[in-house]
Design a protein around this ligand. Structure first.
Ligand code: PEP
Length: 256
């Protein structure tokens, strides 16, 4: 895993034709080889086109969810093997929109993460507190518990294929961003929790991203923080110029 990873989450945006056009543009601006890790997590129906568009660039392709069973009567679901076959090497699990709108729980986040890891995918586990928790001063307890529950049964070897995305729910898609200090502090809590489970060395190597209205203007300040090793980017990942500016900020930061 690279030291810094910038991942885009397109959510339910972009048709296949739009995906092809996006990759034609972005590949003139980003060469992921040699720089930070770059991942784009696209709708299932765009995976093949995105994988083709990213060929030879070093940009990795991911999905936004995965089912935990290998196959069977699970109408509407997609297995890890299907994702890999379609060109994904990453998958997001536990995004707050899935937790809020689709009944995702800490338990199903864990099941999905383990199934994806077992199938050889890299996993971006999303977690973060609601506004209410931040206001009540229990952010640390919430993210620490989410981290422990998400990683239950994940081996130390598998942890090397895990990224944790700290995404305060109040900052996602709202234009509100955690301050660099808030992001660093809470990513630090997650790292300390991982250290308590796997040891300090493994925790130091873990990529912890910040997500929540990261854009080309605030990326450099957030990425400069020691516990922030990248970003998970929603809205700004749909615009090639904004996304490549964030990747450029991460590459600059890696040189420091
Ligand atoms: C996200 O979807 O994970 C996200 C952080 O969205 P946005 O950047 O739009 O806040």
């Amino acid at each position: 895993m690279k030291k810094t990873v910038i991942a885009g989450n397109w959510k339910m945006n972009m048709t296949r034709a739009e995906t092809k056009a996006f990759f034609r543009e972005i590949t003139t601006q980003i060469r992921a080889k040699g720089g930070c890790g770059v991942v784009l997590c696209v709708p299932f129906t765009d995976l093949a086109a995105a994988a083709r568009g990213a060929r030879g660039t070093g940009i990795k392709i991911g999905a936004q969810n995965v089912h935990y069973e290998k196959k069977g009567a699970y109408t509407g679901e997609i297995s890890a093997e299907m994702l890999r076959e379609a060109g994904a090497s990453y998958v997001i699990v536990g995004h707050s929109e899935r937790r809020q709108y689709f009944g995702e729980t800490d338990e199903t986040v864990n099941l999905r993460a383990r199934a994806a890891l077992a199938a050889g995918l890299k996993v971006i586990i999303c977690l973060g507190e609601m506004l209410d928790a931040r206001e009540k001063g229990v952010t640390d307890e919430v993210v620490s518990m989410q981290t422990k529950l998400a990683l239950r049964g994940v081996s130390e070897k598998e942890l090397r294929s895990v990224i944790i995305a700290y995404e305060p729910v109040w900052a996602i898609g709202t234009g509100l961003t955690a301050t660099p200090e808030q992001a660093d502090e809470t990513c630090g809590v997650i790292r300390a929790t991982v250290a308590s489970l796997y040891g300090k060395k493994a925790a130091k190597k873990l990529v912890i991203q910040y997500g929540g209205s990261m854009n080309e203007k605030n990326a450099a300040d957030l990425l400069r923080m020691p516990n922030v090793n990248g970003g998970l980017i929603g809205g700004a990942s749909l615009k090639p110029a904004a996304f490549s500016a964030i990747v450029a900020a991460a590459n600059e930061n890696e040189k420091r």
